[in-house]
Every structure is written in structure tokens, then in C-alpha cells.
Design a protein around this ligand. Structure first.
Ligand code: AHM
Ligand code: MG
Length: 338
């Protein structure tokens, strides 16, 4: 993958340059992404301090600033809402943490986009210092301008996304996004407080040798899914195939990020307990599928393309198979077998 050579490009500059090249650009969209970036920086600050909360906030209930210590996912949720409610770019938001649409307060201007987000994905990893992430998706509203956003604005298929991406809080913090013209990755430099372009035009390998799935669910899967996993971890000399490696972090952002860079496949299939899988279509599957497709990958639910699913519910779940095009085809071959 080509690393950027000599130019230092902040995410802000990059977004502006991208928007300048598109028809009918008003700067509105750049400003929206800029506001979102601020929220990610604040969340990053808190996530990287997480282990210190107990040490510093000895009384338990308050941190060093005298604020009530919130759980990190609730904190991230509040930060994104507060960073985005007054910019004038959105007519509503929806979060994995909230049952209903989050309205824009009446005293703020309403804009032409809606934002959907998972404020801190990978909840089981939050307290153990393992990579977690924020996922976002932006759609253009379909209801009349200057009115409050309604469910109709949110329940749009994933191929209508204007932009999507994620921030991964790991050994370093990275923001990866697409606005429909390729995928770009920025690494956060805390010393200057900026996300700097580090991964230009990311392309996923056509095929990889890693599969990523919670194999503890094996006995709850359909036999076709079991057959794929059995095949994936087998040496098959007549096919010239070696056993794939298994990597599973349990944070979708981290597992998909690795898949994007190294190739392979990430799966969260349906099982006998969860007939529609676990992951949420609007906050998790759609944005990650958009990113991976834009990088040359593929994303399906076992029946068709994830981005073509017509959502019926805000918190709808979907099975997900996402990654290198050839790996996803391999899975689909098994799932479509008799
Ligand atoms: P969350 O939104 O509660 O964090 O759940 C989503 C996460 C994904 O990041 C991850 O891929 C998956 O749940 C892991 O689930 P499991 O623990 O069943 O393997
Ligand atoms: Mg989640």
C-alpha cells in the first residue's frame, strides 16, 4: 500500500480538497466532517486516559475535572451529539445507544443530512485496554428541508450513504473514511492534535488467508456456515490450499480494519439464537460495508449485497460477511450449496 510521501495533509484539508472536486459542493459537508473529527479527538482523549480514571478519580464518582465519571460508551455518545447538534448540517441523528431518533433542538438550524453512529463499538473490550472504535454513516435527508428529520431519512439502503467511516482507538488512533471516492486513512498525531493522511487510497487485497469470526458460536450455526469454517481451517493439497489463520479481536472496527489492510474475511453470521445475526445494519454493517466496497472489497449477508438491504427498523440486525472479494465469494459458495 502506498504510504504518502512528502506532503503533510490534515484530514480537514483533505476533505476540503475532495469536496472542491465534486459538483454542487457547498462546503456544508466538509464542515460536518470537521465537527465529527473534533468529537473523535475528544473521545480519543478520554479512551486513552481510561485506565487512569480509577487512579485519578479516587472518590469514584468524580474525575479530576470534577465531572461525574461516565461509562465510556455513554460519554462518547454524548460527545458526538453535542459536537453535532448545533452545526446546522444535520436534521437528526441516530445512535446505537438510543432507542429513538435524536432530534436537533428547535433553536438550532436544521441541515440536509442525517448522522448515524455507534459511539463506542466493541463494548466487551472497553475495560481491558483492547482496541475499540467509533463508526459513522451519513445520509442525505429525503424529507423536506428545514423540517425535523423523520425515520424515513434514516431508513435508507446503504448504497445511498454519502460518507461513512470509523475511528479506531488502538496502539495509535486512526480515522478511515470514504465519501464514495476511495478510502483514506489518517493517523492521529497527539502532539499536534491533528489527524494526518497516512494511508492514501486504501485497497483491500483481492484475497487473504485470515478468517475472523467468533468460533464459539460454531454449534449454533447452519451446517453450511460450519462447512465453510471447516474448509477455511483445512490444508487441502489438491486445491493447493493451506489452512487459514484465525484472528478475532471481538471489536468489529479492529477486526474489519485488519481485514481491510491484510485481506481475508470477517464474519458475523446468523445462528439458531440470533436469526438476523448480531450486528446492526445502520450503525455497523452499512458503514463498514461501504468502506470495504470502496476499497475494492465485498460485503454480503449471505443472500445478497448488504448495501442493498432496505431497512425497516432503526436497530435492525443483519448477518455480515465482509472482506476481500475472493474470500467473500468463497463463503458465499458454501452458503449457496445444497
Ligand atoms: P457492541 O456494539 O455491543 O460493542 O457489539 C458489537 C460487537 C462488535 O464490535 C463485534 O464484532 C461483536 O460485537 C463481537 O461479538 P461477540 O462477542 O458475540 O463475538
Ligand atoms: Mg456496536
Amino acid at each position: 500500500m502506498p504510504l504518502v510521501s512528502n506532503k503533510v495533509v490534515t484530514i480537514e484539508r483533505h476533505i476540503i480538497e475532495q469536496e472542491e472536486g465534486s459538483d454542487g459542493a457547498t462546503g456544508d459537508f466538509s464542515a460536518l466532517l470537521r465537527d465529527l473529527t473534533l468529537a473523535f479527538k475528544i473521545i480519543n482523549r478520554e479512551v486513552t486516559q481510561a485506565g487512569l480514571v480509577d487512579a485519578l478519580g479516587a472518590t469514584g464518582a468524580q474525575n479530576v475535572q470534577g465531572e461525574i465519571v461516565q461509562k465510556l460508551d455513554a460519554f462518547a455518545n454524548t460527545v458526538i451529539y453535542r459536537a453535532m447538534d448545533h452545526g446546522g448540517h444535520l436534521c437528526g441523528m441516530a445512535s446505537e445507544e438510543d432507542a429513538d431518533i435524536l432530534p436537533i433542538p428547535d433553536h438550532y438550524k436544521r441541515g440536509k443530512y442525517v448522522l448515524l453512529f455507534d459511539p463506542l463499538d466493541g463494548s466487551s473490550n472497553i475495560d481491558v485496554n483492547v482496541s475499540i472504535g467509533t463508526i459513522f454513516s451519513i445520509l442525505r435527508r429525503v424529507t423536506p428541508e428545514n423540517t425535523p428529520g423523520t425515520l424515513e431519512d434514516f431508513l435508507q439502503p446503504g448504497y445511498k450513504q454519502i460518507a461513512a467511516g470509523y475511528t479506531i482507538y488502538g496502539p495509535s488512533t486512526m480515522l478511515v473514511y470514504t465519501a464514495g471516492r476511495g478510502v483514506y486513512g489518517f493517523t492521529y498525531d497527539p502532539s499536534v492534535g491533528e489527524f494526518l493522511l497516512s494511508h492514501d487510497r486504501i485497497r483491500i487485497p483481492a484475497h487473504g488467508t485470515i478468517y475472523s469470526v467468533n468460533e464459539g458460536n460454531y454449534h449454533k450455526w447452519d451446517r453450511r456456515m460450519q462447512a465453510y469454517i471447516d474448509w477455511a481451517k483445512s490444508d487441502i493439497p489438491e486445491e493447493n490450499k493451506k489452512a487459514y489463520s484465525l484472528r478475532y479481536i471481538g471489536s468489529m472496527v479492529a477486526d474489519v480494519h485488519r481485514t481491510l489492510l491484510y485481506g481475508g474475511v470477517f464474519l458475523y453470521p446468523a445462528d439458531i439464537k440470533s436469526h438476523r445475526g448480531k450486528l446492526r445494519l445502520l450503525y455497523e454493517a452499512n458503514p463498514m460495508s461501504f468502506v470495504v466496497e470502496q476499497a475494492g472489497g465485498r460485503a454480503g449477508d449471505g443472500k445478497g449485497r448488504v448495501l442493498e438491504i432496505i431497512p425497516e427498523l432503526l436497530h435492525q440486525r443483519t448477518p455480515l460477511i465482509v472482506g476481500s472479494p475472493k474470500n467473500v465469494e468463497e463463503v458465499e459458495r458454501f452458503l449457496n450449496a445444497d
